[in-house]
Design a protein around this ligand. Structure first.
Ligand SMILES: Cc1ncc(COP(=O)(O)O)c(C=O)c1O
Length: 455
């Protein structure tokens, strides 16, 4: 089996995730479906609690619920004892439904509506993270209407480049956050407004950051700004929120050996914590540290189980139309309707054929999704166009995508009128329970209206 992941084992040739035989689970569930592991989820949270808590006892973890906001998932997160970062009114509602106290929630977002701001202030979230000077004014106005103070932490673009996918970089002149030169002004305005209380400074440099250096730089820049804004605005901040971004090893090694292969991370949680807590403790041990990890909690806690529905062999031709070879194609029942990241960011997820987990994976296949788009073809292994599977892989086989618990379930859609997938979870007791029902065909037109066609 092409992985060293100890959460994946093989029993009677079948791939097991946290001990659950995936072939058996798929016997009672329609594919595609996500399969989570409660034990793995708790393990990921405990790793962060240990790494950061040991070094900064006043650190607090706010799980970035955008990575997976399924209610069962959020209940486990709450029960594991950490807080929540939300990015919309909808995520705030889910947080409250899952039993989080408002004081456990920080509210992010780059286009918060007045209604979302009012809801956040009314329930009393811990802090609103402010994306612009305009938004600061909007929050002040809404706080006055609601008649309650708003605790704010301006989000500052600390201008640090990262080597992640460009779509995941957020603090290098992109759309998020306040320009660093306007930071002092933001805090001055917040301090001067009777409805606002500036409590912290927020930064988030991006997702899947495979080196600690950007964190060292970003936090140093942020602490320079804390000194500056405290002097300028006459305030004393309570916390610095360092955001998320800790990387997941989607690949165990880099095919090209490239240092900037963002799929291949070798940085441990301990190293992230040592860097971040080290910088903070050296300069401002009085400040509490907030972090907002999403991917590092969610990704490895789930896999996606899909089935091969079609196969073919097609010849490959050169520009003149001469046959130069042939390719075997497998088409599975999940495409970018179920795993959007595979096309929007060309994301790479390792795959294993569940019932052939002990066979050598040495035959090359093109792997495609079921959608009508020519682009619904999965990236290959090792930067080739091909996935390596056992030679006998064919229609009916289950293809399992690993590390698929983060930024996946959240992004499903019903393009081509394909019902969104369901989800199951392996509990601590080893039972497999349903945590999201699969959509039915009536869900597909539940929101459509037909004015003019009613009898
Ligand atoms: C503001 C903010 N905080 C936290 C996160 C979580 O990042 P990650 O899932 O990489 O930990 C994100 C996602 O990019 C974000 O935009």
């Amino acid at each position: 089996m092409p992985t060293n992941d100890s959460w994946l084992t093989v029993r009677d040739g079948h791939l097991c995730f946290d001990g659950a035989d995936i072939v058996e689970v798929a016997g009672g569930a329609e594919t595609p479906f996500y399969l989570f592991s409660e034990r793995r989820l708790r393990h990921n949270i405990a790793g962060l609690q240990e790494a950061f808590g040991r070094r900064s006892p006043r650190s607090e973890i706010f799980y970035a619920s955008k990575a997976c906001s399924n209610l069962w998932f959020l209940n486990v997160v709450r029960d594991a004892g950490i807080n929540l970062e939300v990015n919309s009114g909808g995520e705030l509602e889910k947080a409250l439904r899952a039993g989080f106290e408002p004081r456990q929630v920080v509210f992010n977002g780059v286009a918060k509506t007045r209604a979302e701001i009012a809801a956040a202030i009314r329930v009393g979230v811990r802090a609103l993270l402010v994306d612009s000077l305009h938004e600061l004014g909007r929050i002040a106005a809404v706080a006055a209407e609601v008649g309650r103070p708003a605790f704010v932490a301006p989000r500052i673009d600390v201008h640090v480049p990262t080597a992640t996918h460009p779509g995941l970089e957020t603090a290098h002149g992109g759309k998020a956050g306040i320009d660093r030169d306007a930071a002092a002004e933001a805090f001055r305005r917040a301090a001067a407004d009777p409805g606002l209380e500036p409590v912290g400074l927020h930064l988030h440099i991006g997702s899947q950051i495979t080196s600690v250096d950007p964190y060292r730089q970003a936090l140093s820049n942020a602490l320079d700004l804390v000194d500056e804004v405290e002097a300028a605005a006459g305030v004393r901040l309570q916390f610095v929120d360092c955001g998320g971004g800790f990387a997941v090893p989607y690949r165990e090694s880099s095919p090209s050996g490239a240092a900037a292969d963002y799929f291949c991370s070798r940085v441990s949680l301990d190293e992230y914590a040592a860097t971040i807590c080290g910088v903070l403790e050296a300069r401002r041990p009085d400040l509490a540290l907030f972090i907002e990890p999403g991917r590092s909690i969610a990704a490895t806690s789930g896999v996606l189980v899909t089935r091969v529905e079609n196969e073919k062999t097609k010849r490959t031709r050169d520009r003149e139309g001469r046959v130069v070879g042939e390719e075997r194609w497998l088409t599975i029942d999940a495409g970018f309707n179920t795993l959007l990241e595979h096309t929007n960011y060309r994301w790479y997820f390792r795959t294993i054929v569940a019932a052939r987990a002990d066979e050598p994976a040495d035959a090359e296949f093109r792997l495609a999704g079921p959608l009508c788009d020519g682009g619904d073809v999965f990236a290959g292994d090792d930067d080739t166009p091909y996935r390596r599977f056992p030679a006998g892989t064919s229609v009916g086989d289950l293809v399992v995508f690993l590390d698929a618990g983060g930024y996946t379930l959240e992004m499903m859609n019903d393009y081509n009128a394909r019902p969104r997938a369901g989800a199951r979870a392996v509990t601590l007791a080893g039972d497999v329970v349903e945590v999201r029902r699969r959509e039915t065909s009536s869900d597909l037109f539940a929101f459509d209206l037909t004015p003019g066609f009613e009898p």
